[in-house]
Every structure is written in structure tokens, then in C-alpha cells.
Design a binder for this molecule. Structure first.
Ligand SMILES: O=C(COP(=O)(O)O)[C@@H](O)CO
Length: 253
């Protein structure tokens, strides 16, 4: 028996130091021990230095751990980099690839994103592939821009790969409000078509997402990718509750 499932992710970006991350993880772990809502998966992504401790804090809670970035080679003379096998060893199941901030601030190209995608999948990590249109235009323009990014990132990958397609309009990241729900629904519809041949892909929306959004989106997306609006663990709990409600009752298969 299984139902429609929802996936909620949180990246702490570079907002929290070690002590603050520990406090936040403790609160998330305590909430999860009370029971994650049925049909909802949660993954959290702290900074690299907090990965090991976070893995210990989250042990046995059902909350999955991820990393914000990785290098595409598995080992070698690559000073300052972190590899997929290292992330696995640290307890990660997910890894973010191609976030808009990495593309814009650190010059990550489509080629780099593609190399990292291959390395993640080769090493058994689930990539959280971040894709999004630069400017607000029509939904059709957004889908076309995202389709080109996806084609490059996913080239040569087996379509049965597990992946999270995190659609994040660049203009909605760090904003006061998320993209409007009707816009999200229209673009997500096009992205679903794009993902039709990827049975294990989940489509989640990111960009100033927070409480109240999933309730307005219905089935348009499979979940949310949160940033600032999950720093308050109470707000995250509310999103998880809304995710459970939007997952609906379990269905027999
Ligand atoms: O960048 C993201 C959204 O950040 P906000 O702070 O919600 O705008 C996304 O990748 C989740 O971290």
C-alpha cells in the first residue's frame, strides 16, 4: 500500500554556524521523533562542517541529510573540494546540484552541473537538481528555459535514476513572496511533461516558499524546497502538516 507522497527539503545555505545549526537540528529531530506526518519525506541540508554532527542528531528520526554542493571527481588532488563518496560516508542521501547561487556567484556552467549529476548518481546520492528561469516571463518561456537546463544536466543519465527536480525561479529566490500559485501551477504542468519519462523524479518548488503555499498548490508539485522560511522550526512543522494534507489519503496499488 502506498499513497501520493510529498517531499519537503530545507537548505540552511550559509546562514547558520555550528552552534545555531545544532540547535536547529535538535529542534527538527525532536519534531520528527514526535512523528513525521504520514506520506511526507523530509530532507535537511546544513553546511559541510555540520554534516557529521547533524547525521548523529538525526539518526533514527527518518529525516534525511543532504549537502549543498560536491565535486565531480571521487578523490584526488582537488584542494578544497568535497566528493560524493565523502558525502556518503558523512551520512548524506541527497546533494544539491546547480543551485542558482552557485551558477551566478561561482560560475558553475551547464557542463559542471552535468559532471556533478553523473558523479552523484554514480555514487548512489540523490541529486537535488536546481533549475530555474532567470526572469519572470510567461510560463511557456520558463518551461523552455528549464527544459534546456534539464536536457543538459540529465544527458546520458539513466531515466530510472532517482532525482529531485527542484524548480526555483531565480527571481523568486530571496524575495518577499514566492512566485504566484497560478504561475507555479502553469510552469509545473509543463515541467511534469518534461519529467514524464523519469518515473523516480520528484518535482518540488523553491523560492521564498513557506507556510500556506502548498495548500494553494494542490497537486501541482510534489513538495517544496525551503530556505529562510524554515529557519523557524515552527514554520517548518506547519509546512509538513500542510504537505500531509495535500498528500491526501493513501491509495491501494
Ligand atoms: O534558494 C532557495 C530558496 O531560498 P529562499 O530563502 O526560500 O528564497 C532554495 O534552494 C532553498 O534553499
Amino acid at each position: 500500500m502506498s499513497g501520493r507522497t510529498r517531499l519537503v527539503g530545507v537548505s540552511l545555505k550559509m546562514y547558520m554556524g555550528l552552534a545555531r545549526t545544532r540547535e536547529w537540528m535538535d529542534a527538527v529531530a525532536a519534531a520528527a521523533r514526535e512523528g513525521l506526518p504520514p506520506g511526507v519525506g523530509l530532507f535537511v541540508i546544513p553546511g559541510f562542517l555540520s554534516l557529521r554532527e547533524s547525521a548523529e542528531i538525526l539518526d533514527g528520526t527518518g529525516v534525511a541529510l543532504g549537502a549543498q554542493n560536491m565535486f565531480w571527481e571521487d578523490a584526488g588532488a582537488f584542494t578544497g573540494e568535497v566528493s560524493a563518496p565523502m558525502l556518503r560516508e558523512a551520512g548524506c542521501r541527497y546533494v544539491e546540484i546547480g543551485h542558482a547561487e552557485r551558477r551566478r556567484l561561482f560560475g558553475e556552467t551547464e557542463e559542471v552541473v552535468s559532471l556533478k549529476m553523473r558523479a552523484a548518481i554514480r555514487n548512489g546520492l540523490v541529486p537535488v537538481l536546481c533549475i530555474g528561469e532567470m526572469r519572470r516571463g510567461t510560463p511557456e518561456q520558463a518551461v523552455a528555459e528549464c527544459a534546456a537546463q534539464f536536457a543538459s544536466a540529465a544527458e546520458g543519465l539513466p531515466a530510472e535514476s532517482e532525482l529531485v527536480f527542484a524548480w526555483e525561479p531565480v527571481w523568486a529566490i530571496g524575495a518577499a513572496e514566492p512566485a504566484p500559485p497560478d504561475y507555479i501551477a502553469a510552469v509545473a504542468g509543463g515541467l511534469r511533461t518534461l519529467l514524464a519519462g523519469w518515473p523516480r523524479a520528484k518535482l518540488i518548488y523553491g523560492g521564498s516558499a513557506g507556510p500556506g503555499l502548498l495548500t494553494r498548490l494542490g497537486d501541482a508539485v510534489d513538495g517544496l524546497f525551503l530556505g529562510r522560511f524554515a529557519h523557524d522550526v515552527g514554520a517548518l512543522r506547519q509546512v509538513l502538516t500542510e504537505a500531509a494534507a495535500s498528500a491526501g489519503p493513501a491509495v491501494l496499488q
